[in-house]
Design a protein. Structure first.
Length: 316
């Protein structure tokens, strides 16, 4: 398998963390798995490049590296709305015209917007920069609440950690849920968060540790093959159904039903990738009852069928 070439376009003053988000996902192969990506960095002017952390990093490649990229990652920087040169804009547009996927992490969305790549297309960025972005680029439909937005050829993420969520999502899209889960496990992270999840809790965070949903989520994840309703979850958590639904909304930005469906589809994807079990058996194992229901949910959520997904990502 040829390596998918990922090139990070750095602009000063570069944020080291946003760059590291991309490197951790695309630059390090998970244990016991062959590498699927190559990773390098470039800048308009090769040489020392200032960072926001008070040191410079040495960048050896210039903009010509974008001519060979399959994915271009534009990490965030501060200040986010500092202009970039016409040469940087043209290099980005040239990569996009050639078919490269263009990905912005955090305030990297400002650079994509300067290039016109987001005109008329829903996008996101760090919530603290949302008002500045909306004022500078009124032609871009900004959604300041979600973790990331993926159009296939262009993608944007919210701040800092949401860049990891977007990169893991892209790895899942490229190579399947099991491969992305291996990366997440190496990084000691949950396999993924949905792009529609809220960037931050809009109400005060729970004051007591016993208000965290983590134990309930872990319990439910190990019982996907059983019937789990809102009432079952609420009883397990010792809460009313209404209170539990409110905590899901506050802490996860979704409903209990949507969270359960996402986990069940994740489990189905991994079984499709790693086993030759019939679709009916997989549906039963993940708690979706029947092959008909699994196919319907799969198409609605992922835009494909279990059979087509297995042919693309299956290992057996």
């Amino acid at each position: 398998m040829s390596l998918h070439r990922v090139v990070a376009l750095l602009t000063p003053p570069q944020s080291p963390f946003e760059l590291a988000c991309a490197f951790e996902v695309f630059g390090i192969a998970p244990p016991d798995a062959p590498p699927r990506y190559s990773f390098r960095v470039c800048a308009e002017h090769p040489g020392p490049l200032p960072t926001g952390a008070g040191y410079s990093m040495l960048v050896e490649a210039g903009l010509s590296a974008l001519r060979e990229a399959d994915t271009v990652v534009v990490p965030g920087r501060q200040p986010p709305d500092a202009p970039v040169s016409p040469d940087v804009i043209e290099a980005l547009l040239g990569a996009h015209r050639r078919g490269a996927r263009i990905v912005a992490i955090c305030t990297g969305a400002f650079i994509l917007a300067q290039a016109g790549l987001l005109d008329g297309r829903r996008a996101t960025t760090h919530w603290r920069s949302a008002a500045r972005f909306a004022a500078a680029f009124p032609e871009v439909p900004l959604d300041p609440e979600v973790l990331f937005v993926d159009h296939g050829d262009v993608a944007t993420s919210a701040g800092t950690g949401a860049g990891i969520d977007l990169c893991l999502h892209l790895a899942r899209s490229d190579h399947g849920a099991a491969y992305a889960s291996q990366i997440a496990r190496r990084m000691v992270l949950p396999p993924h968060r949905e792009g529609s999840q809220l960037q931050y809790v809009t109400q005060p965070a729970p004051a007591r540790t016993n208000e965290s949903l983590a134990p309930l989520l872990e319990w439910a994840t190990t019982r996907l093959d059983t019937r789990l309703t809102l009432d079952h979850l609420a009883e397990r958590a010792g809460l009313s159904s209404r209170t539990l639904a409110r905590r899901f909304s506050e802490q996860l930005g979704t409903s209990p039903g949507q969270w359960l469906l996402s986990r069940r589809l994740d489990a189905a994807r991994i079984l499709l990738e790693q086993t030759d079990l019939p679709v009916e058996a997989i549906a039963t194992r993940v708690g979706l009852a029947s092959a008909v229901n699994l196919r319907r949910r799969f198409r609605a959520q992922l835009g494909t069928t279990p059979g087509a997904y297995r042919r693309t990502f299956g290992e057996t």
